[in-house]
Write a protein that binds this ligand. Structure first.
Ligand code: S3P
Length: 171
């Protein structure tokens, strides 16, 4: 069991479309903590949308900014932080998360993810053949969310149920 008092931040990680932002906002409201989304922070810092950053500067540049944002955000406390799906790829980022918060991974099947992200133009890495992209990337990223001490299967649950489940774990 965890207690709210002993947790500095809650950090939500997981593949695109696992519901990190939706769950995170609900959780932050329940805890009366602030909500932080690293993608939104990157966009406001760069004054560009995520697709624009990928298009104009490339993924390597995006990852560099993402790391800087993670380091900065994790300095603060009493926040629910929703991380971009690829934020876990760098060890340095994972360390910042683990050192400054309770990391929770949200997981779902490829089929559920495909259904959730269909028609959304905001994810540059999923453009083209969506099903092929999701399957390939999930395969490439197999195991990368396992560093989280808590893993929650979101397949059959609403975002309210997942937020309630997390609240129960930390109260
Ligand atoms: C990415 C996930 C996205 C965003 C960017 C790259 C990834 O965030 O950071 O498009 O590499 O998985 P979401 O997981 O919030 O969609």
């Amino acid at each position: 069991m965890y207690s709210k008092e002993s947790i500095r931040n809650i950090v939500l990680v997981g593949f695109m479309g696992t519901g990190k932002s939706t769950v995170g906002k609900k959780l932050a409201r329940s805890l009366s903590w602030s909500f932080m989304d690293t993608d939104a922070q990157i966009e406001s810092r760069e004054q560009q949308s995520i697709p624009e950053i990928f298009r104009e500067h490339g993924e390597a540049y995006f990852r560099k900014v993402e790391s800087e944002v993670i380091e900065q955000v994790m300095n603060d406390s009493k926040q629910v932080v929703s991380m971009g799906g690829g934020a876990v790829l760098l060890e340095r980022n994972r360390e910042h998360m683990l050192q400054n918060g309770l990391v929770i991974a949200l997981v779902a099947s490829a089929e559920a993810i495909i259904e959730r992200v269909q028609g959304n133009p905001d994810r540059p890495l999923l453009q083209g053949d969506l099903a092929e992209r999701v399957h390939t990337m999930m395969e490439q990223r197999r195991g990368v969310y396992d560093f989280a001490p808590l893993i929650i299967d979101t397949e059959q649950c609403s975002s309210e149920e997942i937020a309630a489940q997390i609240m129960k774990l930390i109260e």
